[in-house]
Design a protein around this ligand. Structure first.
Ligand code: GLY
Length: 377
């Protein structure tokens, strides 16, 4: 009788020789059955939203390139993708993530981040964190050093200080301060008196700044989600953001909430998101996508299922365009255990691409939309 056992390759991967499944026979000990060793390897893949392609912080690598390089050098997958997203976090030109991100309504940069380690089944997150340029690393420290999954506000900052992170007085740059002043100029100072009016005025002011080319649509909801699979099938994910531009202080989006802006199950896949976080908080879309992949859907089918759910659950008139569809965009990046991936969006509008890095190098790929047209239709 032939016994089988899986032999998982953990040494650094020779990409040229990589094959999804390789079998080799091990000589039988005297009197024993020969053992068939099945070595499973996966093509490493790093998938991220467009920030992972666009920003290099003055260096030579973008986030997906750095993450891919570190994974193929044998580094832990979560370490690698966090090192990747540190690039846009630190890049002052990226106004939706980390240092120099668009601040909240009070002019203060507040950051959210989460991370999940598939094989260790551990997670950490921070929300409304002020003063630390790299919230993804603080989320990682929550995962590594506490029994908890989420620290917020002043407690998160105190924790970061205790962990040795540099706490800065202000993460604004002159650019983010200038844009905040412009936003204040466009908002009725009496908007706090009427929540419904406030909502429409805040959104209208923010959107008008996108239309006028002052801020990118990606910066309005600016976020990076980056997910990867390593050569031995380890899946990890990270999401980091300054959240919605000009938000009410303390507003927390989907990014630090497990199941909303990020979810990883090492046996199934990983998913994360950028775009209107409230839609993800309501629908727990990243969890929904991973569960859909568990049922056998491809990453694209699973992402589309989440988009359809969001569309069905978006019923308030203030959130609908003239066609009765959501008047916001949202994007998902999904990766399964086989290394198959997809990037999908409610609309092919604004940021229309996402980033992928494989052994063939980094590329920006068109997102696949659920709906035609744009959120403004
Ligand atoms: N998706 C980022 C946020 O809404 O905060």
């Amino acid at each position: 009788m032939i016994t089988r056992r899986d032999f998982v390759k953990t040494a650094s991967l020779s990409l040229a020789a990589a094959s999804p499944v390789a079998a080799l026979a091990r000589p039988a000990a005297a009197g024993a059955s020969p053992e068939l060793l099945i070595r499973r390897t996966v093509r490493p893949v790093v998938v991220s939203d467009y920030s992972g392609w666009e920003f290099k912080n003055g260096g030579t690598e973008n986030a997906v390139q750095r993450a891919f390089r570190l994974i193929t050098e044998g580094r832990d997958v979560l370490d690698s993708i966090i090192a990747g997203v540190n690039i846009p976090e630190l890049d002052p030109l990226e106004t939706g993530i980390g240092y120099g991100a668009l601040p909240n309504a009070a002019g203060v940069v507040e950051l959210d981040a989460s991370c999940m380690h598939g094989p260790k089944k551990r997670a950490g997150a921070v929300a409304s964190l002020q003063g630390v340029r790299t919230p993804s690393l603080v989320a990682r420290a929550v995962m590594d050093h506490t029994d908890h999954h989420l620290l917020v506000g002043a407690g998160a900052q105190q924790f970061a200080r205790q962990m040795g992170f540099k706490i800065e007085e202000d993460l604004n740059t002159e650019n983010s301060r200038r844009l905040w002043r412009e936003w204040k100029r466009r908002v009725d100072p009496e908007h706090w008196l009427d929540p419904n009016r406030r909502e429409s005025r805040e959104m209208a002011a923010g959107r008008s700044m996108v239309r006028d080319g002052l801020i990118g649509e990606g910066s309005f909801w600016g976020t990076i989600n980056c997910n990867a699979i390593g050569p031995n099938g380890d899946l990890c994910g990270v999401t980091t953001t300054s959240g919605l531009a000009w938000k009410i202080p303390g507003r927390t989006g989907d990014s630090p909430i497990l199941g909303a802006g990020l979810y990883v199950d090492n046996e199934v896949g990983a998913a994360g998101s950028t775009g209107r976080g409230e839609a993800n908080l309501y629908n727990l879309s990243s969890f929904l996508i991973v569960e859909a992949m568990r049922r056998g859907l491809s990453p694209k089918e699973a992402g589309m299922e989440a988009l359809k759910r969001i569309r069905a659950n978006t019923v308030e008139a203030r959130l609908l365009n003239s066609k009765g569809n959501p008047n916001f965009n949202i994007r998902f990046f999904a990766l399964n255990k086989r290394g198959e991936y997809a990037g999908v969006a409610m609309y092919h509008a604004g940021e229309t691409k996402y980033a992928v890095c494989t052994e063939n190098g980094a590329q920006a790929i068109e997102l696949e939309p659920l709906l035609p047209g744009t959120p403004e239709d």
